[in-house]
Design a protein around this ligand. Structure first.
Ligand code: MN
Length: 421
């Protein structure tokens, strides 16, 4: 069962007087909210959102639960801003992550509204999972401006989706987890000051999640600290999948947001380029839902069934071989016959008539007939023929010694009578 260990750090930065960011860490749900709005608005908005998520985390178990939680947080922020004129117009971003327990393997959901980010660190590579909902990022994704232009765009801080003003669509991403993976949630106070390469370096070198979070905040401040900085680092272990030593491709197209391309990996990982082209934009989770159970049956159960079938076929083959590996001499009416097999057969292997001889029961001693009716085993067809020849010889010898017995011994007699005689 997947175990998560989270650490966090938040700081007002070197310019802002107050910290309008809020952080949430529960057993399975994690969140960074970046509030905005005059007076106390920003603080109240982010704190309100986090408080609602804390309550909703108690009942949310899947992606739908996370979306419902964020929508309820939005309603609450709106309700409070309408209630208090001083809070009018306040809003907040939300980036939340939740572990989903699943029989096919636990996985992580990352959901976002606004420009706070979720990152996935795996196998030494860092990938931005979320798409920023900001004017410059939307223009960049639309191909209307370059990355360089986006970085200096006048409206780069203007966000296009936010809790507290209206309804919005929540972007949702599913992350397949491996031991050693780290999930990073942060406000733009980190991502604006610290490059993705530097973030990856810290996540790759600082083991303790709290220490890593504090280190990232320190670097953001060192690079300017223009905004509030909030960081949550979540360490993943005991996934049952071992560490992703060979980096795996992580296609994570948004589940709900349509036509928003997933962010590219900032550090290209071995084998990723070729793997990405192999499939359509169907995410790994959808693919697993489609193929996972069936594949599990064909692999594991298939091997087991194959082994059982081999054992059964082998056993039956042996029984069949054993049954057919001998002959017995018996009678069919008054004719002496040779069967291949064993008297009575074994399982559903039955003896079959091999030779109908020209020898009659009248050609052998009457004392032999009950034995023949029961079946006299011989190891081979030749041995069976020799046995019959011996019986005939025996009868002829007896007849030449005492010809008078001929008529009596040729009569059908019961074994008891014979033994008594
Ligand atoms: Mn901010």
């Amino acid at each position: 069962m997947t175990v998560l260990r989270a650490g966090s750090a938040t700081d007002p930065g070197r310019v802002r007087a107050v910290n309008q960011d809020s952080i949430l860490i529960t057993d399975g749900l994690f969140c960074v909210a970046d509030g905005m709005g005059g007076h106390a608005g920003g603080e109240v908005a982010s704190k309100t959102a986090v408080d609602v998520l804390r309550t909703e985390a108690l009942i949310a178990t899947d992606a739908d639960g996370v979306v419902v939680a964020i929508k309820r947080a939005n309603e609450e922020v709106i309700r409070r801003s309408l209630e208090d004129p001083e809070l009018a117009g306040m809003g907040t971003t939300v980036v939340a992550s939740m572990l989903v327990r699943d029989v096919l393997g636990d996985y992580m959901i990352v959901a976002n509204v606004g420009d706070s980010r979720g990152y996935h660190y795996q196998g030494g590579g860092l990938r931005q999972v979320t798409n920023d909902h900001s004017v410059s990022a939307e223009l960049l994704r639309a191909g209307e401006i370059t990355a360089e232009e986006a970085a200096h765009h006048a409206r780069r801080h203007v966000i296009t989706r936010v809790l507290g003003l209206d309804d919005f669509e929540v972007d949702l991403f599913n992350l397949e987890l491996f031991d050693g993976d780290r999930i990073l949630l942060c406000s733009d106070g980190l991502s604006n000051e610290v490059s993705d390469e530097e973030i990856a370096m810290v996540l790759g070198h600082v083991e303790d999640p709290s220490t890593a979070a504090a280190d990232l905040v320190r670097r953001a401040n060192a690079n300017g600290g223009q905004d509030n900085i909030s960081v949550v680092v979540i360490d993943v272990s005991e996934t049952g999948r071992g560490p992703a030593a060979i980096p795996k491709p992580l296609p994570s197209a948004p589940v709900m947001a349509a036509a928003v391309p997933a962010a590219k990996a900032v550090i290209p990982r071995l084998g990723e380029a070729s793997d990405i082209t192999q499939k359509s934009d169907e995410g790994w989770l959808a693919r697993r839902r489609r193929l996972g159970v069936r594949r599990a049956i064909t692999l594991r159960t298939g091997l087991l069934i194959g082994a059982v079938v081999l054992v059964i076929v082998g056993a039956l083959g042996f029984v069949g071989w054993y049954e057919q590996s001998s002959y017995y001499v018996s009678t069919s009416g008054s004719t002496i016959v040779i069967y291949q097999g064993r008297p009575g057969g074994l399982l559903w292997f039955h003896p079959h008539l091999s030779v109908t001889t020209t020898t009659s029961t009248n050609d052998v001693l009457a004392i032999r007939i009950p034995q023949l009716q029961a079946g006299v085993m011989e190891p081979s067809l030749e041995a069976a023929n020799a046995y019959i020849a011996n019986l005939v010889q025996e009868y002829k010898a007896a007849q030449s010694l005492n010809p008078t017995t001929t008529t009596t011994t040729s009569l059908p007699m019961t074994p008891t009578t014979l033994q008594a005689g």
